[in-house]
Design a protein around this ligand. Structure first.
Ligand SMILES: Cc1ncc(COP(=O)(O)O)c(C=O)c1O
Length: 460
């Protein structure tokens, strides 16, 4: 078959088919690792020294580029799915979720509109409905999968402010000179970022001794001055400690003041699936919106955040984009995911989670999340047993934060670097109230007690 010059990039020919097999082989090799090598970053100058110019007029050819990726670039990236990747919030996709991500990539599905992506959107919406039901939201709740928790929080807050503004305008009332939202001092940094983007203020509410935002603290911080408050944000599993705010009380206070209640459950809301922690999340039923990130603790690959509204129409009114060339997509009977967040073109990024849930069933998810929680409790017991280690707080979900007696930040940094260098684990230093510590964030069902003990043993 002759290939028209310049069009060989889109032609299926022998060369493409060979490359296809090589790519599948690599994907297979990567998925077969048990576990994958942890690998680790190199400096820019190290990479400059070993990576040739790859973006060239003629191209390197796929086989060479793939080999460069596998043998040089991939080795300079940490494997988030390694069972001993315990920093930040790791990512541990199921086999089915990873496999389906390949299919999503191979299928070029436009996930922004029903007209183009009906089947995919239908499946994504089944997952969103399931999450809404688990959270206790009424029928009709729904939303969209966006790129991450940062964008999910921003989109929810923009909808909250728009709704508050429209309500004031409809009532003939004045718009406040500054808009504000309240959240705990332990809330995620993405909320500060959202406030900057929206040019609104944050009312930081102090947490109680257990690290939780309470309804009482919310009331007393605001001292009856709710002017300009368009949302209250509670966290369902803080990033640093996995602490769940008093969601029911906070939600009740927000509702009493007629204010939008948003739950940031990016990491922790997955624990509503686990029998032992489900009760902590009862208050999510009051939420006007919530987020949970499948790429954190719902075992899906990067990048996905489920954003769910109690009344999705409020999200749609806020976020729909209108233009002559989009008119064809406007149909009141159809669900266009792009309308529910600050986004337009979108990959149907909820599909890997959908496929995984459809494959294994919800019970497998409940078990996996519960296993992580029980492992966190067990390693916390081990830390309590060791006189040289000290828990900073008792774990509530699956984050375990602890200190080593006498260690300064430099000691944690030295130890952490060596752990990675030796390919044992990725556990970075963290801190609380200015005191350095380290933490295990456990979201990988393949993480074992024995390997965590082995890591503790290296803290000498
Ligand atoms: C509680 C919480 N909210 C929001 C985010 C931001 O999510 P993303 O990194 O997906 O933007 C995180 C990330 O760790 C988080 O833990």
């Amino acid at each position: 078959m002759t290939t028209p010059h310049g069009n060989h990039m889109h032609t299926v020919d022998l060369e493409t088919m060979k490359l296809r097999e090589q790519v599948f082989d690599y994907a297979r090799r990567r998925m077969n690792y048990d576990p994958p090598p942890l690998d680790g970053p190199k400096t820019i100058s190290e990479l400059r020294a070993i990576v040739p110019a790859t973006v060239t007029e003629e191209g390197l050819g796929g086989i060479e580029a793939l080999s460069l990726f596998e043998n040089v670039l991939a080795e300079a990236t940490i494997s988030n799915d390694h069972p001993n990747y315990l920093s930040f919030i790791p990512c541990a996709p199921t086999e089915a979720a990873t496999l389906f991500d390949l299919i999503v990539s191979a299928s070029t599905i436009y996930g922004g509109s029903w007209m183009e992506g009906a089947g995919a959107v239908y499946a994504e919406n089944q997952v969103l409905e399931w999450l809404a039901t688990e959270a206790g939201l009424p029928e009709g709740a729904g939303g969209v999968f966006v790129q991450g928790g940062t964008l999910g929080n921003l989109s929810a807050l923009v909808a909250a402010r728009h709704t508050a503004k429209e309500a004031l305008l409809a009532a003939g009332k004045e718009i406040p000179s500054r808009w504000r939202f309240a959240c705990s001092s332990e809330a995620h940094s993405s909320l500060k970022a959202a406030a900057r983007v929206m040019d609104v203020d944050i009312v930081p509410v102090p947490v109680n001794a257990e690290g939780r935002l309470t309804g009482q603290a919310l009331e007393s911080t605001l001292e009856g001055d709710w002017d300009g408050i368009f949302a209250v944000v509670a966290t369902g599993g803080t990033t640093n400690f996995g602490i769940v705010d008093e969601l029911h009380d906070v939600g009740t206070v927000a509702k009493a003041h007629g204010v939008w209640f948003h739950v940031d459950g990016a990491y922790g809301l997955a624990a509503m699936l686990a029998p032992s922690t489900r009760h902590l999340f009862a208050g999510v039923a009051l939420a006007d919106s919530f987020i949970v990130d499948p790429h954190k603790w719902l075992f899906a690959p990067f990048d996905a955040c489920a954003l769910v509204y109690r009344n999705p129409e409020l999200g749609r009114i806020t976020h729909s984009q209108h233009a002559d060339y989009l008119d064809a997509l406007e149909n009141p009977d159809e669900w266009n995911p792009s309308d529910y967040a600050y986004n337009l073109t979108r990959r149907p990024r909820g599909l890997p989670l959908w496929f995984s849930l459809a494959t294994y069933g919800v019970a497998a998810y409940r078990n996996a999340v519960e296993m992580n929680i029980q492992l966190a409790y067990k390693i916390a017991d081990e830390i309590r047993r060791r006189p040289d280690l000290e828990l900073v707080r008792d774990p509530e979900l699956s984050v375990v934060v602890f200190t080593k007696k006498g260690w300064e930040l430099a000691d944690y940094s030295r130890w952490s670097a060596k752990l990675l260098e030796d390919g044992i684990g990725f556990v970075v230093p963290s801190s609380h109230q200015g005191i350095p510590n380290t933490r295990f964030a456990i979201v990988n069902p393949r993480t074992s007690f024995e390997s965590l003990v082995e890591i503790l043993d290296t803290m000498v």
